[in-house]
Design a protein around this ligand. Structure first.
Ligand SMILES: [Zn+2]
Length: 584
């Protein structure tokens, strides 16, 4: 059977279109095509097919239109088994995030989940993929290179250049994002017992990065992971980064990661020995996505062993995968020696304060937060922090307390993770599907079944206060708590008319008075609303304060109780960290 071949033409980059041409031999009559609705690592149904207008196909020089049978599936009614079929469609690609695809005059980026339709029953067949870059794009970007965590051939011709990926299982392409643009890149090797492992780090977009500094720091971080975990679950690793004004994010893949970062998070030539908070954030992102190669790609939630990318894949375990990773990512910056203990304590303090200020901690467990990622975490609204928590944020803190409990029994969280990674190496597909039961069994052996059960009942499926202070104090950590007043229990944004309410705490001074999210406060105590006027009046006692607002286009008046403030705690951590932060 001829291998299916995909040809992606970027000659309409200026209209943000990728023209896809797919050829294959029909495996059956009435062939079916489908496109994913979500991408692994980002738990939201994103409906990639909404960016495709029409799918047409040709058999024996006759043109036909594919028939749509659901939001992301098509049938080719005129196909018969063994026909040579040629399918055409355009994909609109103008989402800057790392989860979809984006093409313009400077950058051709894509996840194949947004671009390549699978031929039903040929998903595992080897295919060829050609990325065809037109001359016009190369004239604007003369040094454009391809970043992708796969080997490829290059073919230069009169109309441009083709990058060709040979013999990849069609479905597997979904884990290899690509980027073609003017890239800065550097290479480094990470030492393993068996061999040095090549890594390449690409940066594109406008930036002025201190490459030597970045290279040194990233290499130290990667080496620390390998020193701990023993080896690597890939042959070669690719970081691809686009620098922009303010966007932030990353997505993990089998042998690569796609990152988007504010350019101010990249190190400059003026970078001090201790990385700035912004640069620490970027190093933390690199550390986070890199670790996922072991912890999400090799060891996975059991339901994600073979992802069905057309429907939600529910798991209560994202607290283990994203939570442990969110704890380990920063801890490894310290273990690798790229940040100081003081910096590390500031990072964990920020996690703690974010959690302390999330009222939803009383209403949603971290296991529920994991399960409901599909409808809650990726779809935040003004009510989110009142009823939900993040499995990244609470997940990192439960990882911290689990690590501290394990230390009391002579173990570390590092040992738990390495145990499961070692198991993944002995499976046929190098993947291990983790369940809560398996995790519990291994941790119970280390710290006792009762301790595991208490931990699980209270903090994973329960919403009990986390015993962070109790567990940190034996490690010479002092926690100071300060009581902070939140102005009327609301957050707001400046608005031309005054202050626009973006969030209200439940049962707060503002909500009890009748104020609502979306209201624009125009006057407080009969003076034009401003941050200063709000600060002056919240200190008043005695009479109620008269507040004028526009709700939509209607003027309303409310009386806010003076002197009643909504409060929350703020924590400050200091100290040495003892055995917790001692990596020898
Ligand atoms: Zn992650």
């Amino acid at each position: 059977m001829t291998a299916p071949s995909y040809h992606l033409s970027f000659d309409k980059y200026y209209d943000h279109l990728v023209r896809v041409h797919l050829e294959f031999i029909a495996p059956i009559d009435h062939v079916r095509l489908w496109l994913p609705t979500w991408i692994a690592g980002s738990y939201l149904v994103r409906e990639f097919s909404k960016h495709i207008a029409q799918v047409s196909y040709v058999i024996n020089n006759t043109h036909h239109i594919a028939q749509k049978t659901s939001k992301n599936t098509y049938v080719l009614p005129h196909t018969h088994q063994h026909d040579k079929v040629s399918v055409h469609y355009d994909v609109y690609c103008h989402d800057l995030s790392v989860r979809t695809a984006f093409v313009d005059s400077t950058r051709l980026f894509g996840n194949f989940t947004s671009l390549l339709m699978m031929v039903s029953s040929l998903e595992q067949n080897l295919c060829n993929i050609t990325l065809s870059v037109p001359k016009a794009f190369l004239q604007k970007n003369p040094n454009a290179t391809l970043a992708i965590g796969l080997p490829y051939d290059t073919h230069t011709h009169d109309d441009g250049v083709d990058f060709i990926l040979n013999n990849i299982a069609a479905f597997d392409s979904y884990d290899y994002p690509f980027e073609i643009s003017q890239q800065t890149y550097f290479d480094f090797n990470v030492k393993t017992n068996a061999r040095p492992v090549h890594h390449r780090f690409f940066i594109t977009g406008r930036h002025n990065t201190n490459i030597h500094r970045l290279s040194d720091d990233v290499q130290m971080i990667c080496q620390s992971y390998v020193d701990w975990l023993g080896d690597v679950p890939f042959d070669d690793y690719t970081f691809m980064t686009v620098a922009t004004g303010s966007e932030y994010g990353g997505l993990e893949h089998i042998s690569s990661t796609a990152l988007i970062t504010p350019r101010t998070d990249l190190p400059s030539i003026l970078e001090q020995d201790e990385p700035s908070a912004d640069y620490q954030r970027f190093l933390g992102l690199c550390s986070h996505e890199y670790f996922h190669a072991w912890w999400v790609k090799s060891v996975r939630p059991d339901v994600m062993m073979d992802n069905d990318l057309t429907a939600e894949s529910y798991t209560p375990l994202l607290w283990v995968f994203e939570g442990f990773t969110s704890y380990i990512d920063d801890l490894m910056l310290l273990r690798a020696g790229v940040i100081s203990k003081d910096s590390y304590l500031k990072l964990i303090t920020a996690q703690l304060n974010r959690y302390a200020q999330t009222d939803g901690k009383a209403h949603q467990s971290v296991a529920e937060s994991s399960f409901d990622a599909w409808i809650k975490l990726y779809r935040p609204d003004e009510n989110t922090t009142n009823q939900s928590i993040s499995y990244y944020n609470k997940g990192a803190l439960v990882a911290l307390i689990l690590d501290l409990m394990l230390i009391k029994h002579g173990h570390r969280l590092f040992d738990v993770i390495k145990h499961f990674y070692d198991l993944s190496k002995h499976t046929s597909n190098k993947r291990y599907g983790l369940t809560t039961d398996e995790l519990g069994k291994v941790i119970s052996k280390m710290m006792g079944a009762d301790n595991w059960q208490d931990f699980y009942d209270n903090y994973i499926i329960g919403t009990k206060d986390l015993p962070i202070q109790t567990l940190l104090s034996p490690h010479n950590i002092t926690i100071i708590t300060k009581d902070r007043a939140k102005q009327w229990g609301m957050t707001y944004k400046d608005d031309p008319l005054g202050l626009k309410i973006s969030h209200l705490q439940r049962d707060s001074v503002a909500s009890r008075a009748g104020l609502s999210v979306g209201d624009v406060i125009i006057a407080i105590d009969s003076i034009k609303a401003s941050k200063d006027q709000l600060n002056r009046t919240i200190a008043l006692t005695g009479d109620d304060i008269c507040v004028h607002v526009f709700r939509r286009d209607e003027l309303m008046v409310f009386d806010v109780k003076a002197g009643k403030l909504s409060r929350h705690s703020e924590y400050f951590l200091s100290g040495d960290g003892g055995a917790w932060l001692d990596f020898g």
